[in-house]
Design a protein around this ligand. Structure first.
Ligand code: HEM
Length: 400
């Protein structure tokens, strides 16, 4: 008997959760996660065709062990939709790509360049929201174009519009989730793939002559293969737009539904950062991401065969009662513990500082300062959806 099989004999296999369905997850995953976590930190879920890892410590262990839990998933739909980006590589290949981003998304560049641009964009889209008038949708009319325009400028897509960024992001993300292999979904995703490549080819010569602080300008002289640059740009369009939009929507909704916490934030602007952290913990914008085992493994006493496809469900881990008290409550006064919404280990989100600056430092304070008595429109209930990605789908608001 080999060491591995001896180990496997002392372990048990993951329970099956055949009762979990994708429509239920899409509508509200949190009661499902609660039931799963109470039974086991890991389940085999036939509907998702993966092991879903819902316990905090199990997710944390995976994030920090790329030798066993590889990001380079076999038959990855993300690779098909966007090319082979850093998000689906392990080190050292991942590290080469990650280093190519240099300081573009880091605090110094945010202070020197991006904060002023985010403030300008916030002003623009707040004006449009005011012009649209009370009853308009905070997500559609403010959060989405604001996040898209910020990303457009950070990346340096001066030859595209924020609407292009939204369309590219959505269609390629739909490709990444196209488990049904729908040809119409691939057609739109492939069209965006080609449009992004064309936009990169057009803008790089300009940025070589006119270098600036943007990501594409940084890429213009990077000694890494063009295919890697293209894939990393597409992944960043997919991963850098919806998440700030979603945390902004969730934070506003949570505060508007809890007058005492809203009053606390309005009285002390430092609390916007706390509200951001709590919103991203409470409803993780990226609820699940994939990993694959490189060998037979045992995770928290559960045997996983080599090649097992895992879903790291940080949306569930962030509500694990072993770590967070009253985890289903949005509470800006809770004891601060590290959440997993930005991932961890070598793939820790490269845009976490950008998201915090755009949402916590600029958009939230400006929204509440410029829209007096901001409140939820009583005639239209807010809606939220999703589990792999989750956020508000509509948030109709009024102000005085
Ligand atoms: C609240 C907003 C955001 C959240 C919750 C978020 C979440 C995440 C998570 C969970 C990962 C790791 C996924 C994995 O390991 O498979 C990740 C990676 C990444 N994110 Fe974000 N993200 C946000 C905003 C942004 C923004 C604004 C940008 C770009 C401007 C960005 C760029 C990236 C990049 C480039 C990676 C890949 C890092 C690597 O593989 O080393 N993200 N993000």
């Amino acid at each position: 008997m080999t060491a591995t099989t001896q180990r496997l004999h002392r372990t048990h296999s993951a329970p099956e959760a055949a009762w979990v369905t994708i429509p239920d997850l899409h509508e509200d995953p949190f009661p499902i996660y609660r039931r799963m976590r109470e039974e086991s930190p890991i389940h085999w879920v036939p509907a998702v065709n993966r092991y879903m890892v819902t316990g905090y410590s199990a997710c944390h262990l995976i994030e920090n062990d790329q030798d066993i839990y590889s990001a380079d998933e076999t038959n990855s739909l993300m690779k098909r939709a966007m090319g082979h980006s850093m998000l689906r590589k392990d080190d050292p290949e991942h590290d080469t790509d990650r280093r190519s981003y240099g300081g573009v998304l880091r605090p110094r560049a945010i202070k020197e360049t991006w904060n002023a641009i985010f403030a300008k964009n916030c002003e623009t889209y707040l004006r449009q929201l005011r012009e649209a008038g009370p009853g308009s949708d905070l997500i559609r009319d403010f959060a989405a174009p604001y996040a898209a325009e910020n990303l457009r400028e950070v990346m340096g897509f001066y030859n595209a519009t924020q609407a292009d960024m939204q369309r590219w992001s959505q269609t390629m993300m739909d490709g990444t989730g196209n488990y049904a292999d729908d040809p119409d979904v691939w057609a739109l995703s492939d069209q965006s793939f080609n449009e992004v490549d064309d936009a990169i080819d057009e803008i790089l010569p300009y940025l070589r002559k006119n270098p600036d602080a943007s990501l594409l300008s940084k890429m213009a002289d990077m000694p890494i293969p063009m295919d890697a640059i293209r894939a990393n740009m597409k992944m960043t369009i997919g991963g850098g737009l919806n998440e700030p939009r979603d945390v902004l929507g969730v934070a506003v909704w949570a505060l508007l539904s809890r007058p005492a916490q809203l009053a606390q934030v309005l009285a002390d602007s430092r609390m916007y950062g706390t509200a951001f952290d709590e919103a991203v913990r409470w409803v993780a914008p990226i609820g699940m991401y994939p990993r694959e085992t490189t060998c037979d493994a045992v995770l928290e006493g559960i045997a996983l065969p080599k090649g097992a496809r895992l879903g790291v469900v940080v949306g569930a881990a962030n509500r694990d009662p072993a770590i967070f008290t009253q985890p289903d409550d949005f509470d800006i006064n809770r004891d601060k513990k590290p959440h997993l919404a930005f991932g961890g280990g070598n793939h820790f989100c490269a845009g976490a500082w950008v998201a915090r600056a755009a949402v916590a430092d600029i958009a939230l304070p400006q929204l509440f300062a410029e829209l007096p008595n901001l409140r939820i429109d009583p005639t239209q209930a807010p809606t939220a959806a999703g589990w792999v990605f989750r956020g508000m789908t509509s948030l109709s608001v009024r102000w005085d």
